[in-house]
Ligand binder design. Structure first.
Ligand code: BTN
Length: 260
């Protein structure tokens, strides 16, 4: 993506303000700084072609290799923003919207969501989402998204190639990152709008249809504890349902550390 692509991005109905950076520590950090301005027009978009300190969920690093699409959106504070317990709908709807947008680029690929919000392409991770609302963001929600677009994994170690992929690897040719971003913004706008007007129930069935984990044996890390069980899907509020040794259990938060 280049500076000249800003005009095309400005055509997106979702965003009110756009910032483009060649290099940033993390687009989420820049977005949090912007969000501290009470007069910021939202949604605001921050895009960077390089991140030197990209962050992932659970304190992990996000390896921001050249060609990756990395951006963050600042959403105006609605009731979900201030309470992490209410982020789940946004987080799940975001993963679903990414699957749908990427399906337009690569129609024969099987894009799935791994609870809560990783996106997989033919069983390999292609996108990640980091949702935050730090104190300086004034109750606004920051949605950070990293998509492997033109960062090929072909020369990567085999262990990595087995678990991660990118659009250019799947399509075997470079992709127009601006088009990919525009498609993502369109689907995000549609799914978030649906969430606000009709609630999570309107998104749930489509999410379940793309669930990677349903039917598989999953190991879930919740704080210091691990739970193992067969995934039965998600419930009405987006919690993961596992059939464990001690019965059916629903988990509102946690990290899937293994699945088979
Ligand atoms: C994950 O899979 O753990 C989430 C990864 C999220 C990465 C994106 S890249 C843009 C935004 N800025 C960051 O520092 N992280 C998110």
């Amino acid at each position: 993506m280049q500076l000249k692509d800003l005009a095309r991005l400005a055509s997106s109905e979702l965003v009110q303000r756009i910032e483009f950076h060649q290099s940033l520590g993390s687009t989420n950090d820049r977005a949090a700084l912007l969000a501290s301005d009470e007069f910021l027009s939202c949604p605001a978009l921050v895009v960077a072609t390089e991140q030197t300190a990209g962050r992932g969920r659970g304190g992990n690093r996000w390896w921001s290799t050249p060609g990756g699409l990395m951006f963050s959106l600042v959403l105006q504070g609605t009731e979900p923003a201030t309470n992490p317990a209410h982020w789940s709908g946004y987080s799940l709807a975001t993963g679903l919207a990414i699957c749908e947008a990427l399906s337009f680029v690569s129609s024969t690929t099987d894009f799935t969501v791994k609870w809560p919000n990783d996106v997989y392409a033919n069983g390999r991770k292609i996108a990640g989402i980091l949702i935050e609302s730090p104190a300086q963001a004034r109750g606004r929600l920051i949605v950070g998204i990293g998509v492997n677009v033109n960062n090929s994994f072909r020369a990567a170690p085999e262990e990595l190639q087995e678990i991660a992929t990118s659009l250019c690897d799947i399509e075997q040719q470079p992709q127009d990152a601006t088009n990919v971003l525009l498609g993502l913004l369109e689907r995000l706008q549609q799914r978030w709008g649906q969430l606000r007007s009709q609630g999570f129930a309107a998104v749930r069935e489509d999410w379940i249809a793309r669930s990677l984990l349903t039917g598989r044996t999953v190991t879930l890390q919740v704080g210091p504890k691990q739970f193992v069980g067969r995934c039965l899907g998600i419930d009405d509020d987006g919690s993961l349902i596992l059939q464990t040794e001690s019965g059916r259990q629903a988990f509102a938060a946690g990290s899937v550390v293994q699945f088979e």
